[in-house]
Structure formats: C-alpha cells, structure tokens
Design a protein around this ligand. Structure first.
Ligand code: HAM
Length: 412
C-alpha cells in the first residue's frame, strides 16, 4: 500500500481529470459507494472459487460479528447500489466510479495490495452496441492520457450454459494430459478449469494451444453478438486481437470480455479490463438487467506514463510574495487575496514564517515560482510592488499596485 506524495500527485490528478473528461463526453455519471461491503456480496458476485475470494480479500468481523470485506473491485458494490437505490427501474444507466480497492496479492511492480481503479458500468443494454461503445471509450481514455502501443484483446465467454458444456469438454481434454499440468493447473482442473487457459506456464500454454476452443463452442446468439462487436470495432478502425484464452479472474462475465495489455510492466500486463455481466444484477437480487463495464488500473497507467515521461511537469507557483516588516506581511496576504479574486487560476505563495529578505528569496527560488513580488518599506509608502523575474530576463521593475493584476495576467 503506497502513500501518494506531492512529487507524484500532480501526475495522478492529470490522469484522473483527463479520464473523467472523456467519461463526461459519453454521458457517464459518477457514483461513490462504500469501501466496505458485506463479504457475501463478493462471494456471490466474483465467485467463491476465484483467487480473489479464496485468497486475496481483506475480511474481518466487525463489533456486531458481521462479516465485512474491503472491496477488491468496484462492480459488485456498484450493482448493489444500483439495486438498493432503485436506479435500474429506468432501464438505461451509465455509471462511473473511482477509488481504492484491496487485494492481498504478492506485491510487485504494478501490483499492490491497495490500488486504485477508475471503473464504469452500463446497465440495461442487451446488444453489442454498448460493448463496442465501452471499448471505443476505453481506447479514447488511453489515448487522452497519451498512452499508446497497448494491445487490445477480446474474447467471448458465451452464456453460463455454453461454458458449462465447454468446461466438461476442456476437463476431459486436460485430464487425459494431466501429467503435463503444473500443480496450480491440476488444482484448477477441479475448482476452476477455465482459468487454466490463461496460465503463464509455457508448458501448460502449449497444451492449451491445442485444446478445444470456447469460441468454437459458442451458441448462435453469442456468436452473432461477438461478430457484431467485431464489425463495429473494424468500422471504427480499432485494432484488436481475438484471444480465445482470455477468460478473466472473476466469475460474473458472460459473452464479451476484453483487456488492454502491455509488455512494459513485467507480469502485470493488464492496464484496463472488463466485459459483459448479464446475470449479475439478477444474481444479486435485482430485476434481470443486462450490464457491461470495465476498470482501469490507475497505478499501472501512471507508472507507464511516468516511465515514458508523458506526464506534464509539476505545476509551479506563478508568484512568490516576499515582504519586510509586520505591516508589509499583513499587506502581502491581503494583496494575494485581491490577486486571486482578479485572476482565477493564478497560483501565488505568500511567504509565511518570517525571516529576512535573503532567506525569503531562497524559498521563492526553491518554490519554482516564475516571479517574486517584493513588498518592502518603500513599496508600502508608495503603494507599489517590485517584481523580480526569477526564471527569465525581465529587468526588475516597480509598478503601482493598481496595475499589478494587468501586468501579471499578460505573463501567466
Ligand atoms: P480486474 O481485471 O480484476 O477487473 O481489475 C481491473 C484492473 O485493475 C486490472 O486490469 C489492473 O489494471 C488493475 N488491478 C487489478 N489488481 C491490481 C493490483 N493488485 N494492483 C494494481 N492494479 C490492479 C475488475 O476489477 C472488474 N471489476 C472490472 C470490470 C468492471 N468488469 C466489468 N466492470
């Protein structure tokens, strides 16, 4: 779990603000749900035999003995909130959320125990149009923050019935070759065989390459849904790879699943991931409502942008106001307020904490400010301010206070 310190927080703000602007362009509205939910919510939605539920949740009993869990993801809470607050009655709904999620995984680059997602969920759309729009929107989000070179992988998991049939076929294929499976895959053969498809072990991958494919086992409706999605992506000119082994680590998906992946983060390749979950609302007690969504991993996004030096430089103050004497100190604070009134967006630091001019200028220099404003004795008497250009070559000049905001606004 990481502290976010000032030297990096500007980059985070840039990323989050940019993504949120894109969401507004597609009509998504924000929801904020609790970080704690009942443990049962995640067991019922993510699935009892998934890594997340079996091994990774931060779960505890509260003072009443209720079992609670720090949310490992945002979809379950979002669905719960939509059901509980009656949001699904109006059928079509586009929601987004952001915030910390918690998984007790082995930490490594791009994988943390507290991490942050920005996620979206669309409810009430049964057709592939929303799948396509979600994927196009995710592409626009990555492009807006400046991240290029990611690979989009898509797949269809069909319906639960298709999956149950396919599961039996896969188990029989893999059981006949059990000797070539690693320990993890052997365990999964019993608990969650589809997850063997995305094993990282090369030997298992070789075996899986010749296994029956879920895509070939799809029902007609799922196949048409997937084809229609692909044709929209083709028309939009968005490149993608159909990865028949993309299965995702959460059980609630039906039909479309997708991930944006990179090779620049070691094993932690997925920067953005999601898909359709048509049965989850009903499974959690709501009226049957089709749904689809995705979540971006903000740490992974920010790390990639930092490594590629694509984040904007930190914002420095425009002005640092230094002053000499008690009266000037008071005057500096009032002047800064007047300037903030006149020039919204201007960033001014007033020197606080006393000290001589020399020390104050050292602070001004360290702050990165472009200009120092000096209020000394003569400036107080004459109602002026002296302006010193700390970074450029403008000659020092003393101007009337009345002219100050005009002077600054031309140079911001
Ligand atoms: P997920 O694939 O588990 O899906 O997580 C989504 C993204 O969160 C990942 O692609 C990754 O970028 C980031 N992430 C996951 N675990 C970690 C971690 N330990 N450290 C850093 N980043 C991490 C979901 O959570 C689904 N709720 C997405 C979704 C929304 N599907 C439909 N709607």
């Amino acid at each position: 779990m990481n502290d976010l310190l000032p030297e990096r927080s500007g980059g985070w703000q840039f990323v989050e603000n940019t993504l949120i602007r894109v969401l507004a362009g597609y009509g998504y509205e924000e929801v904020r749900t609790p970080i704690l939910e009942s443990t049962e919510l995640f067991e019922r939605s993510i699935g009892a035999v998934t890594d997340i539920v079996e091994k990774e949740m931060y779960t505890f009993a509260d003072r009443n003995g209720d079992r609670l869990t720090l949310r490992p993801e945002g979809t379950a809470g979002c669905v719960r909130a939509a059901i509980e607050n009656g949001l699904l009655r109006n059928a079509a709904l586009r929601l987004w959320y952001r915030g910390p999620m918690f998984r007790h995984e082995r930490p490594q680059k791009g994988r943390y125990r507290q991490f942050h997602q920005l996620g979206v969920e669309a409810f009430g759309f049964v057709g592939p149009d929303i799948d396509a729009e979600l994927i196009l929107m995710s592409a626009r989000m990555l492009q807006a923050v400046g991240l290029t070179g990611l690979r989009l992988e898509i797949n269809s998991l069909g319906t639960p019935e298709v999956r149950a049939r396919y599961r039996a076929e896969l188990v029989s294929y893999l059981s006949a070759r059990e000797a070539s499976l690693d320990e993890d895959s052997r365990r999964r053969l019993v608990s969650n065989p589809l997850r063997i498809l995305d094993s990282k072990n090369p030997e298992v991958q070789a075996l899986v390459a010749d296994a029956p494919r879920l895509l070939d086992a799809l029902d007609e409706t799922s196949r048409a849904h997937f084809q229609s999605l692909c044709s929209v992506l083709d028309s939009a000119g968005l490149s993608y790879v159909v990865n028949p082994c993309l299965v995702r680590g959460l059980d609630y998906y039906t039909r479309t699943v997708f991930e944006w992946v990179t090779t620049d983060l070691g094993a932690q390749g997925a920067v953005c991931a999601g898909g359709r979950f048509d049965q989850l609302v009903e499974q959690l007690g709501g009226t049957p409502t089709p749904a689809a969504g995705f979540a971006l991993g903000l740490e992974r996004l920010v790390v990639l942008l930092e490594e590629r030096r694509l984040l904007p430089p930190p914002e420095v103050p425009h002005l640092y106001i230094v002053h000499l004497g008690e009266e000037a100190a008071r005057s500096a604070l009032v002047l800064a307020e007047t300037l903030r009134d006149a020039l919204p967006g201007m960033r001014a630091l007033v020197h606080c904490g006393g000290g001589g001019l020399k020390a104050q200028f050292r602070h001004a220099d360290k702050s990165g400010a472009n200009f120092a404003l000096v209020i000394g004795e003569s400036e107080m008497v004459n109602n002026t301010v002296t302006i010193k250009d700390l970074r450029g070559a403008l000659p020092q000049q003393t101007i009337a206070r009345a002219d100050l905001s005009a002077f600054i606004s031309t140079r911001l």
